[in-house]
Ligand binder design. Structure first.
Ligand code: M6R
Length: 369
């Protein structure tokens, strides 16, 4: 049933290209339009939205953090992302024109369910992004967009994360089209890039051997730090969560710009720092800034593991290890940069002799608050 893989997690990592293809299926037209008829919110409902809250837990929360960058850029609607377990305890400002997006693989996470009930009590509209047909969260929501990832058995979420991110892109692009805002003309190009994603991921998965070798090498490290900027920041958080959850190691993700405000003190001789680097072709100074962050940590003794785009030569002088990923526009990059971090955590956990699919103290769906 593991399809020849040692763990469900490895099988599910390998299923990601298909999971993305399935999540896109029937939702993109050949004219570069997004069709989300199943969502059952009218175009007028979507035009009335003046604020978006995304609520979720764990890895699904990280998908929401990625989504914020894309949704705000494409739609110009303010979008906040909040841990579901915090949301209802702080009296968030919600009304009829607020769209609350609840992201959950299982559809049964109690923290997320309670957050959505609170949002509904305040008259907000709730849209679920969910992988499990007929589960409680979509049943209680006003609308649902299913991720078609197929069953996810391993406790660690992998294909669910990638498909949640894709679902959020679809919602952002759809909102941009319906509202006809300035960035609507970017939609066609992004749709084409999304359609290329399954093939890109297949190619990426074929070159994970160096990541496996690196994992064996890092298995005895005391701590591993992850840094990123922009959408690379939630990817860093996700890489660290996977390592904590599976390998029981101390791991932390940071916004690279925050290092100098405290965490850089953690860096000692040989501390592994995984650096998530955006495309050099991307906007602004993002790429240059993270290259200087890599320089800074290396100057303090860090062992740098750099996830960078194919052909990115600027990182080479400061990288102890380079893991290259296919060229991808900045906003979509988490779909590729997350994959080596999933493999890394899985292989480190296996090298340390842990049960990869059933880490201690954890359950696949967390049905208590
Ligand atoms: O089913 P959900 O997406 O609501 O689950 C949320 C989290 O419990 C889940 O993503 C958890 O963080 C994963 N085990 C992380 O790999």
């Amino acid at each position: 049933e593991k399809g020849g893989f040692d763990y469900f997690m490895l099988k599910e990592i390998a299923e990601q290209p298909q999971a993305i293809a399935d999540t896109l299926l029937g939702r993109l037209t050949e004219h570069g339009e997004i069709r989300l008829d199943e969502v059952r919110l009218t175009d007028q409902d979507l035009r009335d939205v003046d604020k978006i809250f995304i609520v979720a837990c764990g890895t699904s929360y990280h998908a929401g953090l990625v989504a914020k960058y894309a949704i705000e850029h494409w739609t110009r609607i303010p979008c906040e992302v909040e841990l579901a377990s915090e949301f209802r305890y702080r009296d968030p400002v919600l009304d009829r024109s607020t769209l609350v997006v609840a992201i959950s693989q299982s559809g049964e996470t109690m923290d997320t369910l309670m957050a959505l009930r609170h949002a509904k009590d305040q008259k907000a509209r709730v849209l679920a992004i969910c992988n499990t047909n007929g589960s409680t969260i979509p049943r209680e929501s006003d609308a649902v967009l299913y991720t078609h990832g197929g069953p996810e058995i391993a406790v660690a979420s992998t294909k669910a994360f990638l498909t949640q991110v894709v679902a959020c892109y679809l919602i952002g692009l759809h909102l941009a089209q319906v509202r006809g805002i300035k960035y609507a003309d970017e939609v066609g190009a992004v749709v084409a890039q999304l359609q290329e994603m399954p093939d890109k991921l297949r190619a990426l998965l074929d070159r994970m051997d160096p990541v496996r070798a690196l994992a064996r090498d890092l298995a005895s490290a005391g701590t591993v730090l992850f840094i990123g900027r922009h959408v690379g920041y939630p990817v860093a958080l996700e890489g660290a969560l996977k390592l904590k959850e599976l390998a029981y190691m101390h791991a932390e993700g940071f916004a690279a710009g925050e290092l100098k405000h405290g965490p850089i003190s953690l860096i000692d001789h040989g501390t592994p720092v995984v650096c998530v680097v955006p495309s050099p072709a991307g906007r602004g100074m993002l790429h240059d800034k993270i290259v200087s962050n890599i320089q800074e940590v290396r100057a303090r003794g860090a062992r740098t593991i750099v996830i960078a785009e194919d052909g990115d030569e600027a990182v080479l002088p400061y990288a102890d290890h380079v893991i290259s990923v296919p060229r991808t526009p900045t906003l979509l990059a988490p779909l590729v940069t997350t994959v080596p971090l999933q493999v890394l955590a899985c292989e480190i956990a296996a090298a340390r002799g842990h049960d990869v699919d059933q880490p201690r103290n954890l359950a696949k769906s967390v049905t208590v608050e």
